[in-house]
Design a protein around this ligand. Structure first.
Ligand code: BGP
Length: 489
């Protein structure tokens, strides 16, 4: 079977991990520019100064992070977002390579701090706007449709310093101003937009996702509401500025199975699923599900939701649903079993039927088909998989070739399941942009060692490399897949 002729094959990136040029042409500092480099065994740390001037750090996934710390100035940055893999200076070359693979779509993010350096500035930075003009013009040249994320771990630190970033409602206005500036400027050039990358990650990655130096549940609930409102207002603005614009959400997703057929495992899995679905419920249906409101109540969290807020959510529902999918996990109600954590981002229990990547992410192509079916039966909106892929260590042979058959195997198995979802389950899947289509910095490790690309970039973690690009075996394979509408796998 084959994919529809107009299927949007492509690849995905994000400014904070790909762009570099972190302080060029008037760009401000974003949350990602303030992270220390992580390592494979240790989650990346965020360093900041407390009110008393003490340097503190927060583990990206540490739920016991200090509460209510006030950010001062930042010191000792060591995050490779500084250069990343230098899209800023290589965009024309990279886009030509994407075109060579036959891309129909390219997912990227606009770095908010390139447009509004502090987040709250009166006027946008013209140089920043110009950069993306060049990028979109280049994509247009090859008929590649941009898919643009407005916020992908790039919250301006200026907003954190000013009033605590997304904890404060004033950040909504700043985001809407930024989004509106982009919609107006790139009208006719960009049709597909996403508001917040993995909006559901705010709960455990407050700094990364929202510039919050805290995991305090009340603050997270407020910030989540503020992002959901900002997203809805952006959808409304886009539709007013250009009725052809399509705006989607973006969820960090992993299929979760009950560990056994014990009813308690199933119930627990169900509850967990509700917690993930809540974001899409709001963005696609336009209101908070009662299960989430009750949960807040039980936890003693006060959610202020005015009539105006409710109206905004109702009027700003999304046009399509997107999500990332790398792995699945299991949920157990048995505390003894729960201890057997899979070491993956979803904190799930290891599944004995699955193999895992070198980073412990459990590989599950059928789980992707399940996810597609679940999303489609719940919301009946067009779907895009905007991240998927295998993070792996690549070896460059003496002749410069890179034989990444493991990556091809991973992607092939997932595309096969997408095919089934479209042709056997009748799911309306319209696009696929595997993650890190060109090597870039890993979000969880902050390093170059974990690579996803079809295109190799020679930067290494010891600082060597000149930004040279080369085609991996998967490059030629994906080119063939696209050319055959997914038939030649
Ligand atoms: C997603 C993020 C991406 C990306 C990806 C892979 O959660 O949206 O930014 O990096 O995960 O993760 P990693 O880089 O940690 O392998």
């Amino acid at each position: 079977m084959a994919f529809p002729k107009d299927f949007l094959w492509g690849g995905a990136t994000a400014a904070n991990q790909y762009e570099g040029g972190w302080n060029e042409d008037g760009k401000g500092i974003s949350t990602s520019d303030c992270c220390t480099r992580g390592s494979r065994t240790k989650p990346r740390e965020v360093t900041y100064k407390t009110k008393e001037g003490k340097i503190e750090s927060q583990m990206m996934f540490d739920l016991n992070a200090p509460k209510g710390a006030i950010f001062g100035s930042f010191e000792g940055y060591d995050y490779p977002s500084y250069t990343a893999t230098d899209f800023y200076h290589h965009y024309a070359e990279d886009i030509a390579l994407f075109a060579e693979m036959g891309f129909k779509m390219f997912r990227m993010s606009i770095n908010w701090t390139r447009i509004f350096p502090n987040g709250y500035d009166d006027e946008p930075n013209e140089k920043g706007l110009e950069f993306y003009d060049h990028v979109f013009d280049e994509l247009y040249k090859y008929g590649i449709e941009p898919l643009v994320t407005l916020s992908h771990y790039e919250t301006p630190v200026g907003l954190t310093n000013k009033w605590g970033s997304w904890a404060d409602r004033r950040t909504i206005d700043c985001f809407v101003k930024y989004a509106t500036t982009c919609f107006k400027r790139y009208k006719g050039k960009v049709k597909y937009w996403l508001t917040f990358n993995e909006i559901n990650c705010i709960g455990f990655g407050g700094w990364m996702a929202a510039g919050l130096p805290t995991c305090d549940p009340q603050i997270i609930a407020n910030a989540t509401r503020n992002q959901l409102l900002a997203s809805a207002l952006a959808v409304k603005a886009a539709h007013t500025i250009d009725e052809n614009m399509m705006v989607g959400n973006m969820i960090g997703y992993g299929t979760a199975y009950p560990y056994t057929c014990h009813p308690d495992d199933s119930m627990k899995q169900r509850k967990m699923q509700q917690g993930v679905d809540f974001y899409t419920d709001v963005q696609a249906r336009g209101y908070y599900p009662s299960s989430q409101l009750k949960k807040y109540e039980r936890e003693g969290i006060v959610l202020e939701l005015t009539d105006q807020d409710k109206q905004t959510l109702k009027e700003g529902t999304i046009d399509f649903i997107t999500f990332s999918y790398y792995m699945s996990s299991c949920v157990s109600a048995d505390p003894e079993v729960e201890k057997n954590q899979g070491g993956n981002m979803m904190f799930g229990v290891k599944n004995p039927y699955l193999k895992a990547s070198d980073w412990g992410w459990q590989i599950d192509p059928v789980g992707l088909r399940i996810a597609l079916n679940d999303f489609y039966s719940k919301y009946q909106l067009p779907l895009m998989i905007v991240e998927n892929g295998l993070g792996a260590v690549d070896k460059v042979e003496a002749d410069g070739s890179i034989h990444d058959s493991y990556r091809i195997d991973y992607l092939r198995a997932h595309i096969e399941q997408m095919d089934k979802a479209i042709n056997e389950d009748d799911v309306n899947l319209i696009g696929y942009t595997p993650w890190g289509c060109i090597d870039l910095v890993s979000a969880s490790t902050g390093e170059m060692e974990k690579r996803y690309g079809f295109i190799y970039v020679d930067y290494q973690d010891d600082g060597t490399g000149v930004g040279k690009r080369s085609r991996k075996d998967s490059f030629y394979w994906y080119q063939k897949v696209i050319a055959s509408d997914g038939e030649d796998l």
